[in-house]
Design a protein around this ligand. Structure first.
Ligand code: DAH
Length: 382
């Protein structure tokens, strides 16, 4: 039975609301039956024609005929119906357009199917603006400091081969230095030669080799990325964490360049008053190698915060920030054919843990908070 405008027996809110609902539902149901331009025209005329369209009838028989006292509320309801009907006509129009063109893509989103009833009077969907994760923010800041020095950004795979993660970085098979990075291997690869076996990279250093294979010297790159180690989870360790690697190779790069570059970077990151301090260390892929410490930017290097001991630097006044060194000639041998003759080029490299710096920077005391995805925590950085 096609809808006809009901006569109102009284103007109580209940009667009125029921009449409005019946009318709105009928209009939506008829809109769903619009499949052609001709349907659209008769649908629009039936509901919106000035002369005797359903809206006009409603205006006459509900509003004009209502007693004065009921007019404001009836007027409100009739206006609502008018907007509802207009919206239904618009939806019917859009439906036809959509049927004609295959689902258009707007910036990666498929246009919504307007076939289901859309109530445009409902409040919109709030889409909260996201914020950079504190680890990403810290990583971007560090990368930014090196970009200003002319470094470019390189990236490499997280699932890596034994060759790039260890062998070409001068960790021969069975070398004890491998034990310092408890490695997660992909299962079921025993039949492959060792250098082809896949693992989750334990550091970003393999991208040094990949970049030197792809680009001839001179190079200056920084490499941010995820790394994995089989470390038990606690307040300062996570099996997944982030590093930033750096590599500069040219004809006359010296340890002086390494010190100058990193001293500048630390001042840019932690403030111009921090001091830097290099201590001898060992890494298979650099010779000589060092660990870089900065004077504690929390206690200013005193080891104390008022009368209390400074925890972040364990009262030493120094915080270890990264490992670094001059690229070992054995490493260049692996990429010699791409212009890296160790007699002709030299370079320095460094690698730092981003999460630990983010912990210190934001005064967070548990690394797990970074990776649990708890919005209450993440909102603090919004
Ligand atoms: N890859 C080392 C690690 O994860 C860090 C490192 C030390 C990187 C010295 C370097 C470097 O590039 O020269 O422990």
């Amino acid at each position: 039975m096609p809808y006809t405008v009901a006569k109102l027996t009284d103007y109580s809110p209940e009667t009125l609301q029921k009449a409005v609902n019946d009318c709105a539902e009928a209009c939506a149901a008829e809109r769903a039956q619009v499949h052609s331009d001709a349907d659209l025209k008769s649908f629009r005329d039936r509901w919106m024609a000035r002369k005797n369209g359903i809206l006009t009838q409603i205006n006459d028989s509900w509003l004009k005929a209502s007693p004065k006292a009921a007019k404001p509320i009836v007027g409100q309801k009739v206006n609502w119906l008018k907007r509802h009907v207009e919206a239904q006509v618009e939806v019917a129009q859009n439906q036809l357009l959509l049927q004609r063109s295959p689902a258009p893509q707007y910036g990666g989103f498929v246009a919504v199917d307007l076939g289901s009833p859309v109530d445009i009077t409902l409040p919109g969907i709030r889409r909260p603006i996201g914020a950079e994760h504190p680890v990403v923010k810290t990583s971007n800041e560090i990368v930014g400091v090196f970009q200003k020095l002319g470094y470019s950004v390189a990236q490499g795979p997280v699932v890596e081969t034994d060759y790039y993660n260890f062998e070409a970085l001068n960790f021969p098979p069975n070398h004890p230095a491998r034990d310092t990075q408890d490695t997660l291997f992909i299962a079921g690869q025993q039949s492959k030669p060792q250098r082809e076996r896949l693992l989750l990279r334990t550091h970003t250093s393999p991208v040094q080799i990949r970049t030197m294979e792809a680009m001839r010297p001179p190079i200056r790159i920084v490499i941010p990325g995820k790394v994995h180690r089989n470390d038990p989870l606690d307040a300062s360790h996570s099996p997944m964490f982030h590093q930033i690697e750096g590599l500069a190779v040219d004809t006359k790069i010296t340890f002086g360049d390494l010190k100058g570059t990193l001293d500048h970077a630390m001042k840019a990151l932690f403030g111009s008053s921090v001091k830097t301090h290099f201590r001898p260390a060992f890494f298979p892929f650099t010779e000589p190698s060092a660990e870089l410490y900065v004077s504690c930017f929390i206690c200013g290097g005193s080891g104390k915060r008022g009368a209390d001991p400074c925890r972040p630097c364990k009262q030493t006044g120094w915080i270890e920030v990264l490992g670094c060194g001059m690229v070992d000639p054995n490493v260049f041998e692996f990429v010699r054919d791409n212009g890296y003759d160790p007699q002709k080029v030299s370079g320095f490299a460094f690698g730092m843990g981003v999460d630990r710096l983010a912990l210190l920077k934001y005064g967070v005391d548990d690394i797990q908070l970074f990776f649990q995805g708890d919005v209450r925590f993440l909102r603090l950085f919004g």
